[in-house]
Design a protein around this ligand. Structure first.
Ligand SMILES: *[C@@H]1O[C@H](CO)[C@@H](O)[C@H](O)[C@H]1NC(C)=O
Ligand SMILES: *[C@@H]1O[C@H](CO)[C@@H](O)[C@H](O)[C@H]1NC(C)=O
Length: 230
């Protein structure tokens, strides 16, 4: 009996501590109303009058942020490296200015910028966290695009995919029959290559080559989308 009560009390005190902590965090995160109304009752607090208002302010800060990021040496080097990489793809005949390209898990969007600067007109970048205007927010495992709408799917972050099979099948789905999926990854040995090729259920193998990209030794795997098996 006593043990039972002890357990109950323990539970109760744990609950109290939790509630107290949550309340404290809540209070700390709130702006006290007294700060808003000021001593002068005529002071007007300016809230955004419409959604346009706040969007506008956000855009200014994004522009500033991008200006800062895009002017760094690191950014410039990466974009240049991606351009060299895509020039080779262009020379192979798998990419042109009219190609519709999707970059999956595009990070901050260096490859998107590289393609755009090369003259590729229709480039889409997606990532779990968006980086406007280059990269939109979308889950690589569940992409909001119709089947076969892209000529080329590219990813430099396949290696970080939580569900590689799902990642690959989404990429294949969005690429038209006859289009290409290209992924690059580090430390891809022959066994890995075999395994990755196996993930592409609706594509045939074109080539695998060790290349240098953004200062890393990477393996470039090219697959061509074929008719899905019946
Ligand atoms: C692609 O566009 C770029 C930039 O507009 C241009 O310099 C290049 O010649 C174009 N390439 C082709 C093959 O038309
Ligand atoms: C790429 O290099 C790795 C060693 O780092 C090697 O095992 C692999 O066979 C190479 N792949 C290709 C396609 O040449």
């Amino acid at each position: 009996m006593e043990k039972h009560i002890q357990t109950l009390l323990n539970r109760f005190s744990f609950a109290s501590i939790t509630i107290a902590t949550i309340t404290l965090i809540y209070l700390l995160s709130q702006t006290p109303e007294t700060c808003l109304s000021d001593s002068n009752p005529n002071t007007q607090i300016r809230f955004p009058k419409s959604s346009c208002d706040s969007t506008h302010r956000e855009l200014v800060s994004i522009e500033k942020k991008n200006k800062r990021i895009w002017s760094t040496n690191d950014w410039h080097k990466k974009v240049t490296s991606f351009q060299q990489f895509f020039n080779e793809i262009e020379n192979l005949g798998f990419l042109g200015n009219q190609s519709k390209v999707i970059c999956v898990s595009a990070g901050a969007g260096q490859e998107v910028m590289a393609l755009s600067e090369m003259g590729v007109i229709d480039v889409t970048g997606v990532e779990l966290v968006d980086s406007p205007p280059l990269v939109s927010k979308a889950d690589p495992h569940n992409l909001p695009f119709f089947d076969g709408v892209f000529d080329l799917g590219f990813s430099a972050h396949f290696a970080e995919a939580l569900f590689p099979l799902r990642f690959v099948s989404e990429m294949e789905r969005m690429v038209r029959i006859g289009g290409f999926c290209i992924i690059v990854l580090q430390d891809c040995f022959d066994d890995d290559l075999k395994e990755i090729k196996g993930l592409f259920r609706r594509s045939s193998f074109v080539s695998a080559e060790n290349v240098s990209l953004i200062g890393l030794k990477m393996t470039r795997i090219i697959m061509r989308r074929i008719k899905s098996p019946p």
